[in-house]
Write a protein that binds this ligand. Sequence first.
Ligand code: FPP
Length: 233
Amino acid sequence: MDLNVPKHIAIIMDGNGRWAQEKGKSRFYGHYAGAEVVEPITLKAKELGVSYLTLFAFSTENWKRPREEIDVLFKLFKEYLIRKEESILKNGIKMKFIGRKDRIPKDLLQYMEDIEQKTRKNSSIILTLAVDYGGLDDITRAFNKLLKEKNEVTQEDIKKALDTCFLPAVDLLIRTGNEKRISNFLLWDLAYAELFFCEKYWPDFTPEDLCMIVEDFSKRKRRFGAVQPVDMI
Ligand code: FPP
């Protein structure tokens, strides 16, 4: 049977802290272990034929964490971009970032812009990291942009004003870490996404898990409000 592969997968990479704490280690150790999972999952998604992979790295609510943990996460993101640049380029990955740009450290922002620029012509898979991203914040910023231009807006106008304007609707949302919620991720774009909640913590998530979830997705009947299944992909 041919696999019906989702065009756009979004992942909430949850459970780093619990994974580490259950091993008697600091939460930071869990974040470092979690970062190591990003590359194999991206490469497997690419191999499966997924066009867009969007990962929730830091939410607008994550500012409520202790300052030390926030600093570790931003340092980790920066180090990751430096360390993985060669592999990202070699694998033809196009990197994009969504989220607010006014609160994250300037040095990290510079690396984000550099890698977006260096990979802009790549197309094997579009890997988007959501950093200081919140669905409510994205929609609110979009409305404030639109208020300056229009009295009345269409769904298309709103989509074009979002950070996610270059992304198609999410087909499949995966959340690891055994929590069943959306946590203010891509609210507009998740309207008709299929949801998959995985018990494993993110550092334990494997390319085989991704394949198994895509197989499950492939068997689902998506109706988009219609009576008959609609083949939207
Ligand atoms: C959720 O685990 C994870 C985060 C808030 C940070 C996500 C970051 C990573 C997975 C590292 C990714 C790295 C790159 C380079 C993109 P949690 O801390 O909420 O875990 P918990 O629910 O067990 O406390």
